[in-house]
Design a protein around this ligand. Structure first.
Ligand code: B3K
Ligand code: ZN
Length: 879
């Protein structure tokens, strides 16, 4: 294991490398334990660099076999597993270097570099995995043209893939064969990939906008071919969409995707050879839920869209990660919104942002969208860089308008094609096309924390005017005490008593543009004239900026917005706040041991929404879904007692269920569909509504029969899993729960992605003995810490999605979990540190739990050997 050097990398220290690698020719003699890699590099000394400047190449656990310079053995060098320093180099540039290394793909359990997963050789190089294959200038601003020759046993590895186009393939002696791939597009080492093994595939073709035929292949384990057709369809739709919306055409003859089962994250955008966690490729109605289908569509699109945003234009250094990730998340969100319901998708995006990014921004791991320093770059593939990064692109578009947004992107794609660029380069393109300074907006990239926007309004009936004041404040975050006001675009509307938006054409106070208020100062006011009646204010429509909003609306105003806001997001948000506030009010009562109770207006509103045929099913489902316990904890903010939150949430659930029982049953029955399963958004919306109604009915029935019936009769995984979760969480002592879990296990024991769901459902069971449940799940023959999906399905689900079970007051689950982090860290530091970040909000817990968790984190901090990944997260969390 690589141990921590404590080195801090700083953006301000960036300087270009002394040498460039123009050409990279790689030869792989693939062998499970002893793979020999020969790298022939054409190296150029940059102008002005001293002839005596050493060439320092990165390595990681490498074994050097030989080294030649211009065809002669090198003598003046120092090689250790982490670094190759060559002191004497030819004066003449360019020169060639031939480096031979030996690596062991089988023992590589970090899943970085070249490794074996189910007998398939595969790679993961972003961010710094290429240095585990050969010594290299392993940094994104060194772009090189790659030729890759792969050689392997033909029976064990009939398929040999790398980036670019296939140049040549053939048979060799002793049952071996080879293939040579050439990628004409210069690329950084993190985009290198190879795959070799015995795989099945499906193939298709895509005619590009200029009439070129691109061969498309998706490689999967034999037997899974039919489960890749949805991914293929999503790929073709993504390619067409990128042409139609952004004018971006694919640039190779072939596009390959490979699905592997051991993968640290979702997928990887290697040039022409995307490698995927099979979770984001494989789907059929029996094994994948609607969420899985939507995830496949989004991730296939995301990786494809990187071809321009990331591959053709890459990042100068890893501090600029959001340049490719924020933009690509934005593009995949837009794609999914075009494929599905835009309003529903926007609500889902915001739910994820609030659940993942807000706690990050408000806790010890807060960092700017473009961090200024890091110790381990792998820890910065965060919700802040990705999701908030995408929100920044969205705000940019709101600020400069659609036309300038597309013009600016066109300019960016032309001006920086083939570059390793920075955020400044990107912003400049939009300044150039719009003629507008974006200096103030760009602060969003450098300032961490979620601003709080406080809204106050004052209506004066005599002068028929409304004065609106917005104030902003951002709390200090680690390393950033002083915060400056940001440029916050706030979409808004004024709604009249008839429920319609009042037209606003002008205001006193600068920064009104259409329906957007541009808040730039700490405090700004606007006065609107000719407002003939007191309007209800709808602010931050469409969630136009990633901020918290504080606004005191009366209960009647909230109910009015819940019924009349023309902005679907605004409507959902206000319903969500009504629910959250009701639960929080009861938490306080429970804390003081006072009697609880709910105002019946909320249950009435939800019953009304459930049967409102003018609203689409998915939207109704979102409105009827109570905030999660973690959402409520975030709204409370401190002194969190997860048991009180759960009890209070259950009480509201029960009040809604009782009040709406009849309507919910009627609506649920009306949704029973005889048509065969299709994964489209409309049908998925119906299933989502059915699932939330079934939850209320399970509570009001207080009997599992209806749920069990759905479990048995379901013809798809979405309906089946919704029922299984209700049985396992609400009726776990009932025979139906035992039977359903056993049936599921029997039916799906050969389908790992479905078994992940079975493990996860049980790890999320909200009960006092959840820890024991988790411990027994880990003894199951199909459990393994080596497979990241499986480890996450139990440990990730337990820590992140079982607030009462995980936060038991004696702290035992914390000790258990942190010990496992240490175990996992020895094999797979990225998985360990990712799991550890689920504890990022530990400081918001009530004192007893907080102290237990602190002690558990301190045990990690004191461990003798820690990876840089886990050391960094632990120390930042404890700081
Ligand atoms: N770029 C990869 C993520 C790599 C993570 C490295 N620790 C996937 C993506 O964002 O598309
Ligand atoms: Zn990405």
């Amino acid at each position: 294991m690589r141990t921590d050097t404590g080195h801090v990398f700083r953006l301000e220290d960036y300087r270009p490398s002394d040498y460039l690698i123009r050409k990279t020719e790689l030869d792989f003699q693939l062998d499970p334990e002893k793979t020999i890699v020969t790298a022939r590099l054409t190296i150029e000394r940059r102008d002005g660099v001293s002839l005596t400047a050493p060439l320092i190449l990165d390595g990681d656990e490498l074994e050097l076999v030989s080294l030649q310079i211009n065809g002669l053995p090198a003598t003046d060098y120092v090689a250790d597993p982490e670094l190759l320093t060559i002191n004497s180099l030819p004066q003449q540039s360019p020169f060639t270097l031939e480096i031979v290394t030996r690596i062991n793909p089988t023992t590589n359990r970090q899943l970085m570099g070249l490794y074996r997963s189910s007998n398939i050789y595969t790679t993961q190089c972003e961010a710094e995995g290429f240095r585990r294959i050969t010594y290299f200038l392993d940094r994104p601003d060194v772009l090189s043209v790659y030729t890759v020759r792969l050689e392997a046993d033909k029976q064990a590895a009939p398929i040999l893939l790398s980036n670019g186009n296939l140049q040549e393939a053939g048979e060799l002696v002793d049952g071996r064969h080879y293939a040579r791939w050439y990628d004409p597009h210069p690329k950084p080492s993190y985009l290198f990939a190879l795959v070799a093994g015995d795989l099945g595939s499906i193939s298709d073709q895509f005619p590009t906008m200029s009439g070129k035929q691109v061969a498309l292949n998706i490689y999967v384990e034999h037997g899974n071919e039919a489960r890749a057709t949805y991914a293929m369809d999503a790929l073709k739709r993504s390619m067409r969409w990128d042409e139609e919306v952004y004018g971006r055409e694919y640039d190779l003859d072939i596009f390959n995707i490979v699905a592997v089962s051991d993968f640290n994250m979702g997928a990887m955008e290697n040039k022409g050879l995307n490698i995927f966690n099979d979770k984001y490729v494989l789907a059929d109605p029996q094994t994948a839920t609607d969420t899985d289908y939507a995830g496949i569509e989004a991730v296939i699109a995301h990786e494809y869209f990187h071809n321009w945003a990331g591959n053709r234009i890459t990042c100068r250094d890893w501090f600029q990660l959001c340049l490719k990730e924020g933009l690509t998340v934005y593009r995949d969100h837009e794609f999914s919104s075009d494929m599905r319901s835009r309003a529903v998708h926007r609500i889902d995006e915001v739910k994820v942002l609030k659940a993942q990014q807000f706690p990050e921004d408000g806790g010890p791991l807060a960092h700017p969208v473009r961090p200024k320093e890091y110790r381990e770059i792998n820890n910065f593939y965060t919700a802040t860089v990705y999701e908030k990064g995408s929100e920044l692109i969205r705000m940019l578009r709101t600020i400069i308008g659609d036309e300038n947004f597309y013009k600016g992107l066109d300019l960016y794609f032309i001006r920086h094609d083939g570059d390793a660029a920075t955020i400044e380069d990107f912003i400049k393109c939009f300044e150039d096309v719009s003629g507008q300074s974006l200096t103030h907006f760009a602060l969003w990239y450098d300032q961490a924390g979620t601003p709080l926007v406080t809204v106050t309004s004052d209506y004066d009936a005599a002068s028929q005017s409304l004065r609106l004041t917005l104030e902003q404040k951002t709390e200090p975050t680690p390393g950033q005490c002083e915060k400056q006001p940001m440029h916050i675009p706030v979409k808004f509307g004024l709604i009249g008593t008839d429920g319609k938006d009042i037209e606003i054409s002008s205001s006193e106070g600068s920064g009104l543009q259409g329906d957007v208020l541009h808040l730039r100062e700490a405090s700004q006011s606007w006065t609107f004239r000719n407002i003939t009646e007191k309007p209800v204010l709808s602010v931050l429509r469409d969630f136009s900026a990633p901020v918290h909003v504080a606004q005191s609306l009366s209960r009647d105003e909230q109910l009015f917005l819940a019924r009349h806001d023309s902005d679907a997001f605004g409507r959902w948000q206000v319903i969500h706040s009504l629910m959250s506030n009701a639960i929080i009010a009861n938490v306080e009562k429970l804390r003081l041991q006072q009697a609880t109770g709910f105002d019946p207006v909320l249950p009435e509103l939800l019953a009304e929404l459930a049967q409102d045929e003018t609203l689409d099913h998915a939207f109704r489902a979102l409105c009827l879904t109570l905030p999660e316990e973690a959402d409520i904890a975030r709204d409370i903010g401190s002194n969190i007692d997860p048991d009180l939150i759960r009890n209070s949430r259950e009480a509201l659930l029960s009040a809604i269920a009782t009040h709406g029982a009849e309507i919910f049953a009627k609506t649920y029955d009306g949704l029973q569909d005889a048509a065969p399963f299709t994964p489209d958004a409309d049908s998925a919306g119906k299933r989502a509504l059915k699932a939330v109604l079934l939850q209320y009915l399970a509570v009001s029935d207080n009997d599992p029969q209806r749920v069990y019936d759905q479990f048995i009769s379901a013809d798809n995984m979405t309906d089946k899993l919704a029922a299984l979760a209700l049985l396992a969480h609400r009726f776990y002592e009932h025979d139906f729960a035992t039977r359903a879990l056993a049936q599921f296990e029997q039916d799906y024991s050969a389908v790992p992605l479905a078994m992940d769901k079975w493990f996860s459902v049980q790890a999320r069971r909200p009960a006092s003995d959840a820890l024991e449940v988790v411990q027994s799940l880990m003894k199951h023959p199909l459990f393994s810490l080596d497979n990241p999906n499986r480890a996450r399905s139990v440990l990730g689900a337990f820590a992140a999605s079982n607030p009462t079970g995980f936060n038991r007051q004696d702290g035992q689950a914390y000790t258990f979990f942190t010990q496992l982090i240490l175990t996992i860290d020895r094999e797979n530091p990225q998985l360990a540190s990712r799991l550890l970040t689920t504890l990022r909000s530990w400081k918001t817990l009530e004192p007893v739990r907080r102290e237990h968790l602190k002690s558990a984190l301190e045990v990690i901090a004191q461990a003798e050997k820690l990876s840089p990944d886990v050391r960094d997260i632990t120390e930042r969390m404890l700081a």
